[in-house]
Write a protein that binds this ligand. Sequence first.
Ligand SMILES: [Zn+2]
Length: 153
Amino acid sequence: MIFLYLLAILMTQYIYYDLPINQIIYIAENHGIRIFNTYTENTRLLGYYSKKHRRIIMYNMPQYTYQYTDTNEETLKHELVHAIQHCKGNYTDYVLVTDDNKIKDCILNKKIDKQFIDFYSPKKLRVFEYEAYCLENQVSYKFLGEQIEKYCK
Ligand SMILES: [Zn+2]
């Protein structure tokens, strides 16, 4: 019995896989979210989501290769969360992708830097920044892809 249990755990670890990065980009673009890379010395931002253009701009990825690294994959996830918040808000407002409990957990357990977020973001946008920072290193591309397919027409 224990053997079967261990075998089941082992199998789910092999079967489970996240979407490759080119596939999440493909899904996003197929749902109207455009993703650009640009190099500039005029910003300290890592990424930006434009509601007006439904577009994600990724700043200063390794200059010549435009390769994704762990850091900018977190940025991409962060900006995709904003894009999904925007889809859920019918392209006018932002609506949370998850729920308050997830955000409370991130704040209480210091998984996000609330002071930093409060410092730079306008009051009415803070909760959406909390969520994007909260989710950026916790969610898979698979999860984000499902949310995009559900909410982004
Ligand atoms: Zn953000």
